[in-house]
Design a protein around this ligand. Structure first.
Ligand code: BMA
Length: 331
């Protein structure tokens, strides 16, 4: 049995694996948990991140408005399933207007490190880059320097320092619509200056794992386990009918997270339900957060569906590690 190293979360949202289900990940029976019009102004609510907070949960939600401007909103929940999302977007405090001035904000992740919650997101600054902020209470948010130059997407922090460095996964790209996209890790002493960049993994061309042939990007904050960092990520294939986004899984070395110990050739979840296949952008599952319980090994995955609504799915640390080892990709 593999173990999650971390805190216990007895109130994690959970449903048992349905009888006869052969997949490593199964969906919540009442998906989607957040509908596209859950707040007054929203066209869609998806690609959002949640964490355990006080005696319940808090999150940062991507809500695209009815003019299709992309912004991020705080929200709260007692059970991790029913969410109360603020009607107004997050207003960031910060000393430098050059940084706090909003162009667009999307695809947030939330990571608790030491004493506070850090938010990373895709931040418009003359092109998409990684925005970084922190909060203690999900009411006041302090924006820090952008982590990288454009063009970059999918900034995902590790939940603790590794060898005295904060670490962030990201997916650098170019000015076009990401004709390439591999995952790198960057290191920092202070969460402001990032360096010691290391390559983690690339797309895979070849029919051993074609679902991740176009681009890949880190999803939720990596989960610390006794086998290494468990990383859930998205992989994209280009088809004659556009991109298809699926979820995959990798295990990274605990001290050198740029070393990939295992990576799955088969995806762990693919669009197949109606709300994943039909929406503003069809055929997208896009994971941005997990909740985990170290006592039971349970994992709840929050993911965007078809760029329109938010879904919840379940697995366990054992399911994912066994599956990844059973379907190895030799990249
Ligand atoms: C990516 C991002 C995501 C989105 C996905 C599918 O490039 O923009 O926010 O979910 O495309 O459209």
């Amino acid at each position: 049995m593999s173990k999650i190293i971390g805190v216990s979360l007895p109130n994690i949202p959970w449903q048992e694996k349905p009888h006869g289900c052969k997949e490593p990940v199964w969906r919540y029976g009442n998906n989607p948990i957040i509908k596209r019009d859950a707040i007054e102004s929203s066209n869609s609510i998806f690609n959002s991140a949640v964490v355990s907070f006080e005696d319940g949960f808090a999150g940062v939600f991507r809500c695209d408005s009815r003019s299709i401007s992309m912004d991020i909103f705080a929200g709260f929940s007692k059970d991790g399933i029913h969410w109360d999302i603020n009607q107004q977007p997050i207003v960031f405090q910060g000393e430098d207007e050059e940084i706090t001035k909003r162009e667009y904000r999307y695809d947030p992740r939330v990571c608790y490190i030491e004493d506070r919650y850090y938010i990373t997101w895709c931040n418009g600054y003359h092109g998409p880059t990684i925005g970084l902020a922190y909060t203690f209470d999900f009411k006041t948010f302090h924006q820090m320097e952008n982590s990288f130059l454009p063009y970059n997407r999918n900034g995902v922090l590790f939940p603790r320092k590794i060898n005295d460095y904060y670490m962030m996964l990201s997916r650098p790209s170019d000015t076009g619509h990401t004709p390439f996209g591999d995952i790198f890790v960057s290191q920092s002493k202070d969460l402001e200056y990032w360096g010691h960049h290391r390559h983690v993994m690339s797309t895979y061309s070849g029919d051993a794992s074609a679902w991740q042939s176009k681009k890949i990007g880190p999803g939720p904050v990596p989960i610390e386990t006794d086998e290494g960092w468990l990383l859930i990520y998205h992989g994209v294939i280009n088809t004659c009918n556009g991109f298809v986004y699926r979820m995959g899984c990798a295990i990274l070395d605990i001290d050198k997270p740029w070393v990939v110990k295992h990576r799955s050739a088969a995806y762990i979840l693919a669009p197949s339900e109606y709300y994943e296949c039909v929406g503003d952008v069809p055929n997208v599952v896009f994971p941005c957060a997990t909740l985990t319980d170290s006592d039971t090994g349970r994992i709840a995955i929050y993911y965007g569906c078809a760029d329109t609504v938010t879904g919840l799915a379940f697995t366990t640390v054992d399911e994912l590690i066994q599956f990844t080892k059973k379907h190895p990709l030799h990249a």
